[in-house]
Design a protein around this ligand. Sequence first.
Ligand code: ADP
Length: 336
Amino acid sequence: MAEECAPLRGGNMKRIAVLTSGGDGPGLNPCIRAVTRMALHLGVSVTGIQRGYAGLIANDTLELDARSVGGVLGRGGTFLGTARCPEFMTEKGRREALRTLNRLGIDGLVVIGGNGSLTGALQLHKMGFPVLGIPATIDNDVNGTDISIGVDTTLNTILDAIDRIKDTASSHQRAFLIETMGRNSGYLALVSGLSGGAELVLIPEIETPMEKVARIIEDAYIRGKAHCIILVAEGWKPGTRALVDYLKSLQAELGFEIRLTVLGHIQRGGKPSAFDRLLATRLGAAAARLMIEEGVAGKMVGWVGSEIYLTPLDEAVAFQKEISVKLRELAEIMDQ
Ligand code: ADP
């Protein structure tokens, strides 16, 4: 296998590649742009890999010059495309990917994605290829970074929805369940609930009996609140549908009428916020510079304490980052 691996060529790179992989979200385009423009600035050519690891295996690539990343800063999604690629989970698939990288004369690869994509990046690095990862996931569950690309924009999208729903909820005296994304992580529900003034947040990390939810809704009604807003992460058990059925069966006692809004994929789309554009630009530019000038590889380029922060890829993906206890406590105090 050794002959398939490009040698580490820090300081002597001619061409790097960049791909986006896994779940999409706002801020991927500014990140691709930053990787590309910094590399070009340092005299290194850039290949864009389409559809993540699937494009790497299928040799689906395009040349990125300064103009091809023009006009993408404000566009949501990823113009390179992204994909989930089961084939890359196999040794055979990864060897195929390595063949593409070597055939194209690529000296280093920047992978932009969440925990799964960064695990893939680690596997490739273990096979001897220089790889850097950049955390991009709306769940904010990647270790080694305070925040991932996409989180800020998504929170703002949810907040906008909460504000709109509050308008209609108070006009009709209704209790609204608002379901956010987050199969394993309650970060989006918790932080948007906290900053959107929800009465309760239901997340996979905390068990909350349905009877308690009913009590909180009834209590809000008795205390004369105009509405009752409950944020529910999609991974909360027993799930929003079961909760709606249960609450509807108690309708007469609760006071408020119950309504459900599932936000779904609107949370993944939209123009990246100023914060996400800047974060993506900083991380993308740092990754390209560190790889090309200093030969850094096998690391994730994250953002800790308002600084670029490097974490070995194996540590970054060792476990899913947990929601801070302080945030959870704060949410409980504010939910009054
Ligand atoms: P995300 O990056 O958003 O967490 P996924 O978990 O779906 O998204 O991972 C994206 C892709 O990363 C997978 O489809 C696969 O190609 C690759 N990947 C995930 N886990 C591994 C792994 N353990 N080994 C190799 N590749 C992986």
